[in-house]
Design a protein around this ligand. Structure first.
Ligand SMILES: [Zn+2]
Length: 151
């Protein structure tokens, strides 16, 4: 399985899993991939988002973008990412490293349903996927990542 970060025509960003790159291309051509926010099937892979993963024991997510996609990022895209990031910050509770357990509690109704954000390890992500928990990796604008590293 391979995870791709995708973006729809309305600039919603979401993650989807595929058997391999061919499966992604195939499903995209047939319009089988739709945006979870607006349902648009006009999706494309985005180049270099970084998930919020501040725990030092975890390596940063390296997106599975194809080689040679180019490093240029359009300003509009950066702005869109920043907007998403800020919206998430404003509207969610920071649960930090408890993200996986909180997400599970919410999933099984053991905790109040609400928006949370935090960090997970690769193992926790895998576990959440297997439990069927819906969560999204948040793209962090590059300049904001730098700011966090300084702090
Ligand atoms: Zn959308």
């Amino acid at each position: 399985m391979i995870a791709f970060d995708l973006r729809c025509g309305e600039h919603h960003i979401f993650e989807a899993w595929f058997k391999d790159r061919e499966a992604y291309e195939d499903q995209r051509e047939k319009g089988l991939i739709s945006c979870p926010v607006c349902g648009s099937t006009e999706v494309e892979k985005i180049l270099s988002p970084v998930a919020i993963k501040k725990s030092s024991s975890t390596s940063a997510t390296v997106p599975a973008a194809g080689a040679g996609d180019g490093a240029e990022v359009q300003e509009g895209f950066l702005k869109a990412m920043e907007k998403i990031y800020n919206t998430v910050l404003e509207n969610s509770e920071d649960v930090g490293t408890r993200f996986a357990s909180e997400a599970l509690k919410i999933h099984y109704g053991a905790a109040e349903a609400r928006s949370i954000r935090g960090v997970t390890t690769d193992e926790e992500e895998k576990m959440l996927q297997e439990e069927g928990v819906q969560f999204t990796k948040i793209p962090v604008p590059a300049k904001m990542v730098k700011k966090e590293e300084i702090n």
